[in-house]
Design a binder for this molecule. Structure first.
Ligand SMILES: Nc1ncnc2c1ncn2[C@@H]1O[C@H](COP(=O)(O)OP(=O)(O)OP(=O)(O)O)[C@@H](O)[C@H]1O
Ligand SMILES: [Mg+2]
Length: 291
């Protein structure tokens, strides 16, 4: 059953100085199931953070609808939204200083959201924080403060903080933007493990293409629109065999993502072979001369 649904989401910002409307989202359609690990991949300015802020109930769309479980998020009152953010959403940002309180230990950071929610006793909070830090491989870093942790460790602590109140969904905005390759893969590994072990729904927005093959659903966003769906061929990382759904505009223009063009050696021309109702795109190498 669909768990998260965005229907025709539009978000216009008004530029402060010029008063010009900036369309950040231009009709987003999105759906995810409970327990999905979804990546939304797009370049800078494509609307990723805007989308996260809307789903998190931090900001409101200009029009359109967001549904999470049995809540129509776009119809919640300000008061209901506060509860929604606190209990149903776990957030993870790119910069550790946005996720963690700098002078608190890793343990106290994970306990903090539980303390604010006021549902568990102190000893229950401690027990849960210990378990969550263990889940992200940081059981030996409980007493460390954020500045005593590596970038990857700080981000893993951030994941534990996001999970503290057992949210329905964890929303991550560019969670590996500051990290090197090895650390990025480790973070992706923890997203996958937590997703599989806890059945938790994760939505990650990123410019990092490496998320495409590591999630069970990867979508592409460009200029405030969903332009493609990347389908994992199997659960293993498969670079040589992949399928991708791409956007075709009203004029027949295709948008082929950069990494696919690079991988397939597509330059300025492709040959389209049509057979038995299938159209195969074949890269044409070298220049095409005018006849
Ligand atoms: N508060 C704002 N006021 C005006 N325009 C904004 C505002 N916030 C975002 N925008 C514009 O909306 C568009 C989408 O921005 P958004 O921050 O969602 O992109 P993004 O994909 O998260 O980019 P990045 O990868 O750089 O974080 C951009 O054109 C941006 O300039
Ligand atoms: Mg952003």
């Amino acid at each position: 059953m669909t768990f998260l649904e965005c229907n025709d989401l539009i978000k216009l910002y008004i530029e402060e100085q010029s008063k010009i409307q900036v369309p950040a989202l231009r009709g987003i359609e999105l759906s995810a199931h409970e327990g999905d690990l979804v990546a939304i991949i797009g370049p800078s300015g494509s609307g990723k953070s805007t989308l996260i802020n809307l789903i998190a109930g931090i900001d409101k769309p200009s029009s359109g609808e967001i549904i999470l479980g049995d809540d129509i998020v776009t119809k919640l009152t300000t008061r209901q939204l506060t509860q929604y953010r606190r209990h149903r959403i776990g957030l993870l940002y790119q910069l550790p200083e946005r996720n963690l309180v700098w002078n608190l230990s890793a343990m106290k950071n994970v306990m903090l959201p539980m303390k604010l929610a006021g549902k568990l006793s102190h000893s229950e909070q401690k027990k849960r924080a210990k378990q969550l830090l263990m889940d992200v491989g940081l059981d030996r870093r409980e007493k460390h403060k954020p500045y005593q942790l590596s970038g990857g460790e700080a981000q893993r602590t951030g994941i534990a903080v996001a999970l503290a109140n057992d949210p329905d969904i964890v929303l991550a905005d560019e969670p590996t933007g500051e990290l090197d390759s090895v650390t990025t893969f480790k973070i992706i590994h923890y997203f996958k493990t937590l997703n599989e072990n806890l059945g938790k729904t994760f939505l990650v927005v990123t410019h990092d293409d490496r998320f495409a093959n590591m999630t069970n659903k990867a979508l592409r966003i460009l200029d405030g629109r969903m332009v493609g769906l990347h389908r994992a061929v199997d659960s293993k990382i498969s670079l040589s065999h992949r399928e991708e759904v791409v956007y075709v505009d009203d004029h027949g223009n295709l948008r082929i993502p950069d990494d696919i063009r690079k991988q397939a050696g597509i330059q300025n021309h492709v040959q389209i072979e049509i057979r038995d109702g299938f159209a195969t795109i074949i890269p044409v190498r070298g220049d095409i001369k005018d006849e």
